[in-house]
Design a protein around this ligand. Structure first.
Ligand code: FMN
Length: 358
């Protein structure tokens, strides 16, 4: 039997992955308002990731909040793909300060295939209108335990989800905390955008003059005054009209247990990667989940509980949710009509907490 040459053996031996490159690729994962609430620490050969919110904008969720667990799940999925399953996760929401942790040994990780890198880097949000044509067969996606994927293509169900979202979206425009969150997340100029986190204003689908209008309503007292004239209703219609027109809406559903939310994040990332890879654009909608969670936690301003509850009920009926099940995320999917401006990320070294070496 011919023996392989020395060069062939060297080539077969996988090259270890650079830690910063690993961070750069993994943190392409999505997060609410592109907050990227993660910090990595390196101790010798071990890399640890925990929740950490950048101080430059508001954090309405906290370490074990629903959106934080969902985003941590998407990051876990990316890390798992990149390291070929060499990630150890620990989740215990009773520990309020450090409810979760991911441990990786980058020294044992080889450079992922160009195909996988391309797939992870290509996933993105597209907030523009999609083609009305139905996408046909959707790519297969295995849901993680405790997660159910419900695909809606019938217009009655899609319209019902649009109604549910509109009710919750209107309630959102009336919560000063959420208003402030949005406006601390928005990034308006080149310098702010180049820093790499938050919501780049150019990634939003705004009508002509929309950016000026957004700037004008930044102080809550102006938004509050306009809401009395009905702007909240108009904005909630504009916010959800593309859902009603969508050829497909996909819901990720499951219980409100921390592990199931985490698994929903992993499933979200897997599904989103598969949809984008199949040439389909994706736009997530979180209002029903977030406003529903706030209602249950008693964190809505008085007067908004009933309409949010109605939104949740419409959603539950359209999706056939079982007792104890909630929607973790709604995704509008279809063929893109316009390319989306891609959201940036912080430079990878900014995820490594001070004092940790490479
Ligand atoms: C928990 C969570 C909630 C989100 N909610 C919304 C939403 O309601 N509307 C929206 O347009 N995008 C939403 N997004 C998408 C993020 O804003 C987006 O992933 C982030 O800005 C990074 O952009 P990218 O997906 O293009 O990489 C959400 C993402 C996550 C993980």
């Amino acid at each position: 039997m011919p023996r392989p040459s020395v060069t062939a053996i060297r080539l077969e031996k996988a090259l270890p992955m650079d830690t910063l490159e690993l961070l750069r690729l993994a943190t392409r994962a999505p997060s609410a308002d592109n907050s990227q609430p993660w910090a990595f620490t390196q101790h010798g050969n071990a890399l640890t990731c925990r929740y950490a919110h950048p101080g430059n904008f508001r954090d309405p969720f906290g370490a074990s909040g629903h959106a934080s667990l969902l985003a941590a799940g998407t990051l876990h999925e990316n890390l798992d793909l990149i390291t070929d399953g060499q990630v150890e996760s620990r989740l215990d929401s009773r520990h309020e300060d450090i409810p979760w942790q991911l441990n990786i040994r980058p020294a044992g990780v080889s450079i992922p295939s160009p195909e996988l890198c391309r797939k992870i880097e290509s996933r993105h949000t597209n907030r523009h209108p999609f083609d009305k044509r139905a996408p046909g067969q959707l790519p297969d996606c295995q849901a993680s335990p405790g997660v159910r994927i419900v695909t809606c293509t019938e217009s009655a169900r899609i319209h019902a989800l649009g109604d549910a979202l509109q009710l919750c979206s209107r309630a959102r425009f009336n919560q000063p905390e959420l208003h402030e969150w949005l406006f601390t997340s928005l990034r308006w100029n080149d310098e702010e955008i180049a820093a790499g986190d938050g919501l780049d204003i150019n990634t939003l689908h705004l009508p002509p003059g929309g950016q000026h209008f957004m700037r004008w309503i930044k102080p809550w007292h102006r938004m509050e005054m306009l809401n009395r004239l009905g702007i909240d209703r108009i904005m909630s219609i504009a916010d959800t009209v593309m859902v009603r027109q969508a050829p497909v809406v996909i819901a990720l559903c499951g219980s409100n247990e921390a592990q199931d939310i985490w698994n929903a994040g992993r499933t979200l990332q897997r599904l989103w990667l598969a949809l984008n890879d199949a040439g389909l654009a994706v736009h997530p909608y979180y209002a029903v989940t977030d406003l529903g969670n706030r209602r249950r936690a008693g964190r809505l301003l008085p007067g908004w509980e009933a309409s949010v509850l109605r939104g949740e009920e419409i959603c539950a009926e359209a999706l056939g949710l079982a007792q104890g099940e909630q929607v973790h995320m709604l995704l509008r999917a279809g063929f893109a009509r316009h390319a989306a401006v891609r959201a940036k990320r912080r430079p990878p070294q900014r995820f490594l907490s001070p004092g940790s070496g490479r």
